[in-house]
Write a protein that binds this ligand. Structure first.
Ligand code: FDP
Length: 340
């Protein structure tokens, strides 16, 4: 039975002591560092308008997004916390074209892929945002950054922090999914959501429907199916979409249903996905699977997809296992029809 008063640090220390000594200790050290940086980020978000930190920093990041002041600040905050941990060998961040190497991370140090402030279009309107991260073994390599490449099944831990009405840190080390809420008075994350399990099926879908004209026919048919009333099978589903992946995936994990960011298929020969594989898609896929859910590209398991570039993009359909399986079925049927 999980102890609900346990702090994140206590929880991680108890888990890593029982597991592999070297790597597990580094994983715990880096997760503790992420927890510390999250406490700084949530405080800064709360005061950003007062400190003149809202708005654009000027320029675009390597994937072409407009960079906000808080994106830059969040990246630097995460870098500082990871360096201090002494357990991280490299950081692949949305805000840095090349990995940030941290040679002091030690032979057992891990490589982390992170989007420090995800959903940043919500920043200036007081919406929820998040931090997403995934850890892979550094294997003592120099430089360590390339160890972030390869399939998502190489990830040894993943998680996110949701900055909303409360600050919630959810993580997995490959043994289920645990959620912690920040107790702002104590400055500690406390276990509030032990052993999160995603419902087998939900009643809600989340997708940017403004992009519907760019979807392939299978995706369009699936969403049309969800919108079509049928009492017996619980349709229509409700639509919820916040514009921040962390908030949408968190809701999906707790309440069930499906979150989707399919590729733009305007040119069917050149699919254009939006979300980044290493620090958005693959971490959320690991969390979903560890919670009993499913994560698909539409045609295959996300965690089997091998990253060959640091800022590669991929489509994702993630959530309740029955909902994602049905979405895949629609994609399959329409692909077969097109091939016939
Ligand atoms: P944002 O561009 O605001 O950082 O990373 C991408 C992301 O947010 C996700 O958090 C979110 O789910 C998605 O993009 C929103 O994209 P759209 O505005 O295209 O719907």
């Amino acid at each position: 039975m999980a102890d609900r008063s346990m702090t994140l640090d206590e929880h991680l220390r108890s888990r890593s002591a029982a597991a592999l000594p070297g790597l597990a200790r580094s994983v715990a050290g880096v997760l503790i560092a992420i927890g510390r940086s999250a406490i700084r980020i949530q405080a800064e978000l709360a005061h950003a308008a007062l400190r003149g930190r809202l708005g654009a920093a000027g320029g675009q990041n390597v994937t072409g997004d407009t960079v906000k002041k808080l994106d830059v600040w969040g990246h630097e905050t995460v870098v500082d916390a990871l360096r201090d941990s002494g357990a991280c060998r490299a950081l692949v961040s949305e805000e840095s074209a090349e990995p940030v190497e941290m040679p002091a991370g030690g032979a057992e140090g891990v490589v982390i892929c992170c989007d420090p402030v995800d959903g940043s279009s919500n920043l200036d309107v007081g919406g929820s945002v998040g931090t997403i991260f995934a850890l892979r073994p550094g294997r003592g390599q120099k430089p360590a950054g390339p160890m972030a490449l390869g399939p998502g099944s190489d990830q040894v831990a993943a998680g996110y922090v949701l900055y909303g009405p409360s600050t919630i840190l959810v993580y997995t080390m490959g043994e289920g999914v645990q959620g912690f809420t920040l107790d702002r008075d104590r400055g500690e994350f406390v276990l509030t959501h032990p052993e999160i399990r995603v419902p087998k099926r939900g009643k809600v879908y989340g997708v940017n429907e403004g992009n519907a004209s760019t979807w392939d026919p299978g995706q369009r048919a699936y969403v049309e199916h969800l919108r079509t009333p049928d009492k017996a099978s619980g349709r229509p589903y409700s639509l919820r979409y916040s514009g921040a992946m962390v908030a949408d995936v968190h809701r999906t994990l707790l309440d069930g249903g499906i979150f989707m960011y399919p590729s733009d298929m305007t040119d069917p020969g050149r699919p254009k996905p939006k979300l980044r594989l290493l620090y958005e898609v693959a971490p959320m896929a690991m969390i979903a699977e560890q919670a009993g859910g499913r994560a698909s590209t539409g045609t295959g398991r996300v965690l089997d997809l091998a990253a060959t570039e640091f800022h590669q993009r991929a489509p994702i359909l993630v959530g309740s296992p029955d909902d994602v399986a049905l979405a895949e079925e629609f994609h399959r049927r329409h692909a077969a029809r097109q091939g016939a």
